[in-house]
Design a protein around this ligand. Structure first.
Ligand SMILES: Cc1cc2nc3c(=O)[nH]c(=O)nc-3n(C[C@H](O)[C@H](O)[C@H](O)COP(=O)(O)OP(=O)(O)OC[C@H]3O[C@@H](n4cnc5c(N)ncnc54)[C@H](O)[C@@H]3O)c2cc1C
Ligand SMILES: NC(=O)c1ccc[n+]([C@@H]2O[C@H](COP(=O)([O-])OP(=O)(O)OC[C@H]3O[C@@H](n4cnc5c(N)ncnc54)[C@H](O)[C@@H]3O)[C@@H](O)[C@H]2O)c1
Length: 499
């Protein structure tokens, strides 16, 4: 299948095909396992190849351990910050127990995946690193495999700037290693204020670690709406030391300080251009992730990559690459490196490889939707503001609500935030939204559902909003959209504000 012309030399020492299969899935993370399960419903000869753990990045080192750490951190934060309610407490944090629970619960989730993987017949799975050779055959261990269709689900890996790993040695942590710490560190620099950096920096800080967060840009979570970005910085700054817009010039360790807690250092220029130094115990590098595709050999199947290693001709619905019998799904395609996307893409590709399956359900590409689980949460749904602004056809308005004084948010003492809803004047539909604030994960889901199901602003405003809820803030922003659109089909008088 999809082989390069014979002129392409095969450097492989393996000359004989050891197996022929209809479908080979490379990578057994969320996307790969979903693809494998779907494909096996109708095909007997499906093979899955995986290097490393089989319990998925999400469970082993991603979504789940990070949320477990955040859960502990939020408990500590609530205990330490209830004074305004007249409730005075001080959290006694046992770092070893915190980290033990993170791992124990992580292992609990992992046990279900392990059980599932163990139930697959031995001949359907290979543990090893796959490489596609110049003949389009998959080399793994001592095998040479010919597959009619290949699903690439190789995920992504932590990106570490050149030389940092050597310079920082064992003072460097990444999301792959941080959850293995036996105890909480005393101090920690986190480099990168993307989703990983923000979530972990705030969680460790709330657990009593002395955390300093660095980011090159004056942005957090890659926010593209300046007002939301500024509001997020304002809310986060209240509890976290952040050096945004700083330029890291050197990282390293200093020997013989006599104090292990100050072994690592970071030299940087702050946002005013002043030279500064940070010293502490560990540096958590969260400077992004890169898709695991470069060394796989997919060019030998005719797949072309752009300058950011993203496959050209990617069908975002199915992961299919042009008219090749190759599917690239999940983080491997570097499209939207999120769990639900990996899951849906794997499902669709696994359904589509079954050519005898007439009723294959191909999930439509999900409305772009992301949540960063810091406090307050950060959510983006649908089109971003720059995307909307770049399209003059989309006559847009921005409906706003501040959560700084919103009723229920204030009751709960979580009143910091801002929501922008981008509405389309011509269609009365939501184009996208960006938010930092309380309950953003729920507001985000409602907005994603509205966009996915093509609900109008009127449809949404005709839906009941219970009082008093933080979700009433969503209604205020929707009303603002409606007001700006000048579509007068609903009275603006309501109970809101009447406590
Ligand atoms: C700290 C952290 C927190 C996160 N939190 C969230 C969150 O809250 N919500 C969210 O939506 N997303 C989150 N994510 C992102 C989410 O985890 C990923 O989008 C998702 O796990 C990707 O799944 P995947 O199947 O594409 O890849 P993976 O699960 O990484 O699977 C890829 C597999 O392929 C294997 N592989 C790679 N190369 C080869 C090869 N050549 N041969 C054989 N096997 C190979 C890998 O070893 C791996 O087992 C988080 C990520 C991290 C790191
Ligand atoms: N809640 C979630 O959904 C969630 C949580 C964690 C991770 N993820 C996924 O994992 C992916 C990777 O997350 P991430 O946070 O590692 O990557 P990211 O690309 O989102 O953020 C990396 C940050 O590091 C900064 N940076 C890069 N090099 C730097 C340097 N030399 N000095 C200072 N700052 C530097 C960048 O400016 C950026 O802000 C995300 O895109 C997301 O898809 C999702």
């Amino acid at each position: 299948m999809n082989k390069q012309p014979d002129s392409a030399a095969d450097n492989s020492p393996h000359k004989k095909v050891t197996r022929k299969v209809s479908v080979a899935v490379i990578g057994a993370g969320t996307a790969g396992q979903n693809a494998f399960r779907q494909a096996r419903k109708l095909k007997d000869d499906v093979l899955i190849i995986n290097e490393g753990f089989w319990i998925t990045t999400c469970i082993a080192v991603g979504c789940m351990p990070s949320k477990l750490l955040i859960a502990a951190a939020d408990r500590a934060h609530d205990a330490n910050h209830s004074g305004e309610f007249g409730v005075h407490a001080s959290a006694q944090i046992n770092g070893k127990q915190v980290m033990d629970r993170v791992r124990a619960e992580r292992d609990h989730f992992a046990s279900y995946v392990k059980e599932q993987v163990e139930s697959w017949p031995a001949e359907t799975k290979i543990a090893g690193r796959a490489h596609i050779n110049k003949k389009g055959l998959i080399e793994v261990n001592n095998e040479l495999i010919e597959a009619d269709k290949i699903i690439v689900a190789t995920g992504s890996s932590t990106f570490i700037p050149d030389g940092w790993a050597d310079k920082l040695g064992n003072t460097m942590l990444t999301s792959d290693t941080v959850f293995e710490l036996a105890d909480l560190p005393k101090s920690l620099a986190v480099i990168g204020a993307g989703a990983i950096g923000l979530e972990l920096a705030q969680a460790f800080n709330r657990l009593g670690v002395d955390v300093t967060l660095f980011n090159r840009a004056k942005r957090v979570a890659g926010l593209k709406d300046d007002d939301i970005n500024n509001k997020a910085i304002d809310c986060l700054n209240r509890e976290l030391t952040m050096h945004l817009g700083s330029n890291i010039t050197e990282v390293g360790t200093q020997a013989d300080t006599g104090d292990e807690s100050f072994r690592a250092f970071i030299n940087y220029e702050d946002s005013a251009g002043q030279k500064q130094q940070w010293k502490g115990e560990y540096v958590l590098v969260a400077t992004g992730r890169r898709n695991n595709i470069e060394e796989l050999g997919i060019e030998n199947l005719g797949v072309e990559l752009d300058d950011k290693n993203r496959p050209k001709q990617l069908d975002k619905k199915t992961g299919k690459i042009g008219d090749l019998e190759v599917y690239i799904v999940g983080d491997a395609n570097a499209h939207l490196p999120l769990l639900h996307v990996a899951s849906d893409e794997g499902f669709s590709a696994g359904s589509l490889v079954c050519d005898n399956k007439t009723d294959a359900y191909i999930r439509p590409p999900a409305t772009p939707f992301s949540i960063v689980f810091c406090s307050p949460q950060i959510v983006n749904v649908g089109m971003s503001l720059p995307e909307i602004q770049a399209d003059s056809e989309l006559e847009h308005v921005i409906g706003k609500v501040s959560f700084d004084n919103q009723g229920r948010s204030r009751v709960m003492g979580v009143n910091c935030g801002l929501l922008h809803i981008y509405g389309c004047k011509k269609t009365d539909r939501i184009l996208g939204a960006s938010m930092v604030g309380p309950d953003a994960e729920y507001i985000g889901h409602i907005l994603a559902m509205a966009i996915t199901n093509d609900l109008s602003i009127k449809d949404m405003l005709d839906t009941p909003f219970y009082h008093p809820t933080i979700l009433e803030g969503l209604r205020t922003a929707l009303r603002d959209v409606q007001r700006l659109m000048e579509i007068p089909y609903q009275s603006h008088d309501t109970q809101e504000g009447n406590f």
